[in-house]
Design a protein around this ligand. Structure first.
Ligand SMILES: NC(=O)C1=CN([C@@H]2O[C@H](COP(=O)(O)OP(=O)(O)OC[C@H]3O[C@@H](n4cnc5c(N)ncnc54)[C@H](OP(=O)(O)O)[C@@H]3O)[C@@H](O)[C@H]2O)C=CC1
Ligand SMILES: Cc1cn([C@H]2C[C@H](O)[C@@H](COP(=O)(O)OP(=O)(O)O[C@H]3O[C@@H](C)C(=O)[C@@H](O)[C@H]3O)O2)c(=O)[nH]c1=O
Length: 285
């Protein structure tokens, strides 16, 4: 019984990438991917019965309310998924001695730093999504010792919705695009992150705690968009604009480059440079 790994939010972007890594590698554990229809994690009874059924050795939580702008007007649902459901997962992990691998975000920071963000830096989210994700982190940290919280940033892949796919889609109907240059971070190829997560389940060093993971390097959304078009061979005019000129419902941090020193040392991961990974993704699209 003790060889099950449950993946919550299994049909989202990261969930699908995890599924692909599991499919490609020979693994010792039995991975069970649960879509929202199989487990709605805001349903406490359903969550408890899934833990009872699988008694998982790991629970990988990829479920989240990720619509950053929508969250500003839909706070209740954002907190239900990103805070309350995470608390229920943690309670069940405690009961079944399950290690929780939970994904969080660079949006827990306010963006006022100008040097890469370490795990011990003060948080101060500037939007509802970031605040709800921070509350989820805090529940885990107060209830569990056996957990990995991995904060990541700007996830993209061949799957689901993400900035790369949005840019490519917009380029089909527009001859020029305005893209923000004064929000700086690091794009992360979700396949790279998925490999790190699966590796934890296969070679767990027991180094529980909070970690930062993104690809290497630094980019603005403008740099990211330009690279998407350059690597795809698409000719389109991309105009750099300031955040003030691109109004969105949610405020976003101006600087969210994550410092990856801790995860590199503790888990021995080698992290690809963001443009290298983007190139792989674009070739697959
Ligand atoms: N995307 C990004 O840029 C970043 C994401 N993250 C974090 O990484 C993690 C994975 O994100 P990503 O895969 O990109 O996000 P997606 O939005 O692609 O996937 C999230 C998944 O969660 C599911 N979900 C939402 N509500 C529930 C619920 N009540 N019960 C069960 N499942 C639910 C969604 O289901 P459905 O498909 O039915 O809506 C969806 O499949 C999240 O924790 C996110 O906060 C961190 C930094 C950047
Ligand atoms: C579509 C578009 C967006 N933008 C800007 C708006 C925003 O500042 C930035 C990214 O926009 P998006 O809405 O695609 O991405 P956004 O939802 O802000 O992405 C965030 O998602 C959550 C889930 C996270 O955890 C973060 O790490 C981050 O990836 O690009 C432009 O400048 N021009 C455009 O044409």
């Amino acid at each position: 019984m003790k060889n099950n790994v449950i993946v919550i939010g299994g049909s989202g972007q990261l969930g699908q990438c995890l599924k692909e890594v599991v499919f490609l590698e020979e693994l010792t554990l039995n991975f069970v991917f649960l879509s929202r229809t199989e487990l709605d994690c805001i349903n406490e009874e359903q969550t408890t019965s899934i833990f009872e059924e699988y008694q998982p050795v790991y629970c990988i939580n990829c479920a989240a309310y990720t619509a950053v702008d929508q969250a500003e007007e839909d706070q209740h649902n954002a907190f239900q998924v990103n805070h309350n459901a995470v608390k229920q997962l943690a309670i069940n992990c405690l009961k079944y001695n399950t290690t929780l691998i939970h994904i969080s975000t660079d949006f827990v920071f306010d963006g006022s730093s100008s040097t890469p963000l370490t795990e011990d830096l003060d948080t101060n989210p500037v939007n509802i999504y970031g605040l709800s994700k921070l509350k989820g982190e805090q529940e885990i940290q107060s209830l569990l010792t056996q957990y990995y919280i991995i904060r990541t940033s700007w996830l993209y892949s061949e799957r689901a919705n993400n900035f790369v796919k949005t840019m490519l889609k917009l380029s089909q109907t527009r001859s020029e695009l305005n893209v923000i240059y004064d929000q700086v971070g690091t794009p992360t190829y979700a396949m790279d992150l998925a490999k790190v997560i699966i590796n934890i389940t296969q070679n767990d060093p027991g180094a529980f705690g909070l970690y930062h993971y993104s690809n290497e390097g630094v980019a603005s959304w403008y740099d990211f968009a330009k690279a998407v078009f350059e690597l795809s061979g698409i000719e389109i005019k991309v105009l750099p604009v300031a955040s003030a000129a691109f109004v969105t419902k949610a405020k976003r941090p101006h600087y969210s480059v994550l410092d990856k020193t801790k995860i590199k040392l503790a888990l021995g991961v080698e992290i690809p440079y963001w443009r290298e990974s983007l190139n792989i993704c674009i070739k697959n699209l």
